[in-house]
Design a protein around this ligand. Sequence first.
Ligand code: 6PG
Length: 243
Amino acid sequence: VVPGMLIAVPDGIAVAREAASRLAKLILDALDAQGQASVALSGGGTPGPAYALLREDARIDWSKVDVFFVDERAVPPDSPRSNFRMVQEALLDHVSIPPDRIHRMRGEAADRGAAAREYASQIRARVRHAETGIPEFDVAVYGVGDDGHTASLFPGEPSVDVTDRLVIDVPSAAKREARLSITVPLIEHTRAALIVAVGKGKQEALERIWSTSGDVHHTPGRVLRGVRGSITWVIDKAAGGLG
Ligand code: 6PG
């Protein structure tokens, strides 16, 4: 049973189109309701084409949108591996967004623990809080890794258990650099989550996430089931096991 709404389209191009139009609608809804919007974006390869289409949408007043990041790699902002760089090139460089509304995670910081704490304070200062006291992003885009990770919460790591911090420093592991990542409380407090996945490699991870039972340590993407707001999955047929 898929928690939320599932939209399966033929291919990656259709995912980008669908994700861009849904993202625009969610941002516009938040702007209509509150006069401003907080948006948290994921990196990785999948959402870039959607961000590039989103920049064409002239209805969005970016001067009222705060852009945050879901996670960042421990690289400088000009690195080809930087999530910030990807979002900047696909979207931010092309819209009129005030620099103080762009909230970059300092992945390159020597003291990533301090960078994580600073980022949590920025979120606390700029994003409205739910009745629980936790900030709630109006809109967030999440991805899913082949191994079942989401944000930078990886299988077999204790990061998925962190509830006392909004942002953490994720140590490096065998095949990847260290990261900064938002944690489960922030993910769960998302008001509108848009989750994108493309390709056959994602099929098994999605099945594990959608299964009614499973271990969040084995499949951290299962934390997305706990999103309190709306959840929309935009995937291609291959990721859905349909093509
Ligand atoms: C990152 C991401 C990460 C991503 C998944 C899926 O920094 O890599 O934010 O959580 O969403 O790894 O990545 P792809 O879109 O590249 O498959």
